[in-house]
Design a protein around this ligand. Structure first.
Ligand code: NAP
Ligand code: GFB
Length: 321
């Protein structure tokens, strides 16, 4: 049977490696339907157009899941706005231009809920059409505008060439194979690494900020499965949020307590309110995604954290840090 090729850019990252695990999961049979190719920066630097088009001409993908990006948590975004803007703009310009040139049948690009307008006291969850209705939070505006431009790029290719280029918008993601670098990481990998080191040194487990901000978190494997549903079953071209229900929103303090509990170290948890809280909340609705899959089961944060801490302890120190 002729297998169509799916090229995963960002194939060595948190979400990319989640795709690796579902692509080889015999219960799912994706490996019988598709030939998966996982691209990392050592295969091709996507900020360089010549490298990108040469690689795409070699692979000739039918579908592209475009995950590659310069990614980081609150503190990396605050420290490196130029890199977050420029590298992401270059990568996205090159990938869509090359995808169009090699006649890709469908491309799914990845945005983020942090790019929505910052409306801390918005009384109802944000929906897809709110994306450009106001400035994003100042802490990540450079990254946010690069990602907003990616949505505009997809719409432009749809309009001018009829290309099936569309965007998914996930919430904060976590799971195995994440980036645990203490300066660049997102909150969950940063706190897992911090708690581990604090216990090793019998020091306080310091959580940055007040712990009050609220977040919706999606487990990386769930996101990979959800993106495959969008690839196969979602026929529209407009962007779609992928998130667990807004009722699953939790505080940073609750997440920190769950992590400390996994290390039996709750008694040493403390908050460093000299550090930034960033955006207070960015609650989104997943109603549109629920039209694609009414039965999709998102992993609870408690269970997801248990699996992530277990992976961390099994693989430390051979992790990204
Ligand atoms: P990640 O773990 O940091 O992985 C980034 C990936 O991009 C890696 O495979 C990296 O390759 C690749 N990459 C970076 N620069 C590249 C370049 N110049 N050329 C080629 N490849 C390059 O990121 P992630 O967390 O999986 O994020 C995946 C997508 O989800 C991104 O678009 C991100 O913006 C979005 N997102 C992430 C979150 C989150 O909480 N993590 C939330 C919402 C949206 P190397 O390993 O070779 O460097
Ligand atoms: O995951 P995070 O870095 O990203 O931080 P954002 C979430 C919250 O965790 C903030 C708190 O309120 C932080 O103050 N926090 C507590 C910590 N301790 C730590 C720690 O040790 N490290 C980190 N990183 N946070 C990002 C955007 O916003 O969301 C990115 O800046 C990206 O561009 C990502 O889109 C999904 O949720 O605040």
């Amino acid at each position: 049977m002729f297998c169509k090729t799916i090229l995963i850019t960002g194939g060595s990252g948190l979400v990319g490696t989640a795709f690796k695990s579902i692509s080889t999961d015999e219960k799912l049979n994706y490996n019988l339907k598709y030939n998966f190719i996982f691209l990392s920066s050592s295969d091709c630097d996507l900020t360089d157009y010549n490298q990108t088009i040469n690689y795409f001409n070699t692979v000739k993908p039918n579908f592209i899941i475009h995950l590659a990006a310069n990614v980081g948590g609150l503190f990396k975004n605050m420290a490196q706005p130029v890199d977050m803007l420029e590298k992401n703009m270059l990568i996205n310009l090159n990938v869509l231009k090359a995808a169009h040139t090699v006649l890709v049948e469908k491309l799914i690009a990845c945005l983020s809920t942090c790019i929505f307008p910052d409306k801390p006291f918005f009384d109802k969850p944000l929906i897809e059409t709110d994306l450009h209705l106001g400035p994003p939070h100042d802490s990540n505006s450079a990254y946010a505008y690069a990602k907003r431009l990616l949505e505009t790029q997809c719409a432009a290719y749809q309009k001018q060439y009829g290309d099936k280029f569309l965007c998914i918008i996930p919430t904060n993601i976590y799971g195995s194979e994440d980036n645990f670098n203490l300066d660049d990481a997102h909150v969950i990998p940063a706190l897992i690494h911090k708690c581990y080191l604090a216990k090793e040194k019998n020091e306080y487990f310091s959580v940055s900020g007040s712990g009050n901000p609220l977040r919706q978190f999606i487990y990386s494997r769930d996101l990979a499965l959800a993106i495959m549903l969008v690839l196969e079953d979602y026929k529209e071209m407009s962007s779609i949020i992928i998130a667990p229900d807004e009722t699953s929103e939790v505080s940073i303090s609750y997440v920190a307590q769950l992590i400390a509990k996994e290390f039996d170290y709750e008694h040493m948890l403390k908050f460093d309110t000299s550090k930034s809280d960033g955006q207070y909340k960015k609650t989104v609705s997943n109603n549109k995604f629920k039209e694609v899959s009414k039965i999709f089961n998102f992993t609870d944060i408690e269970e997801g954290l248990k699996m992530t801490v277990k992976w961390f302890l099994l693989n430390y120190p051979n992790i990204r840090k």
